[in-house]
Design a protein around this ligand. Sequence first.
Ligand code: ZN
Length: 250
Amino acid sequence: MTRFHVIAIVTAIAGATAISLGSLLALGVIFAAFAMVMGFGVAFPQWRMFGPFICQGDSSQQRVALTFDDGPDPRSTSALLDLLRAENVPATFFCIGRHVAAHPELAARIAQDGHLLGNHTYTHSNATNFFGLARLTEEMSRTQSAMRDAAGVAPVYFRPPMGLSNPRVFKAASSLGLKVVGWTARGIDTQIRDSNRVVQRILRGVRPGAIILLHDGNIPPERLLPTVKLLLAKLRGQGYQFARLDHLIK
Ligand SMILES: [Zn+2]
């Protein structure tokens, strides 16, 4: 039973009590509180409202996982892979399926370089959280196929666009054997242009086992690379090592 189920049952009992007492005001307050909590549950993976959202890895060691979303992007991904190779840092890439189909050689290189590929839907639609179960499942399975064709491996982790979720996301993912992943810390790097601010924001949320969210898609390399270089230096200065997501999660 998920938190969503528990809250729905409690809300139903409270609502029935309000109706039996004839209090429309109490019923309205209960409904508004339920809607607000659901809204936060949809928007914040860390609430784990609708299922087992993985937002943190093993905290027993001083390690973090760097994850890059929305690629592969020919503008940035190759340069990022060069940097990660030079720094000897393993990472995880939550790729958009249609980008993988458009640039299969980049997805192949991600895997060949020893990084982990993750599923981030096929189209990365802003309406993903409104999709029915069939469309959601198709988004995930088309991406699995594109990854298999490009890199010869199928992901085991799925991250929903913008981290938005609902019960259907978990149902579709589990039907394909995918685990749903969020993040511990993020820098809003596609919107904040100053690398220092992005890195400071991430460092505030970092702790052992942290899953760090960055982007290699829809971000120019002249912003991405300085951010990653600075982040690596700061985290190493704090004694952190880097692990792929599948090695960070127990
Ligand atoms: Zn995304």
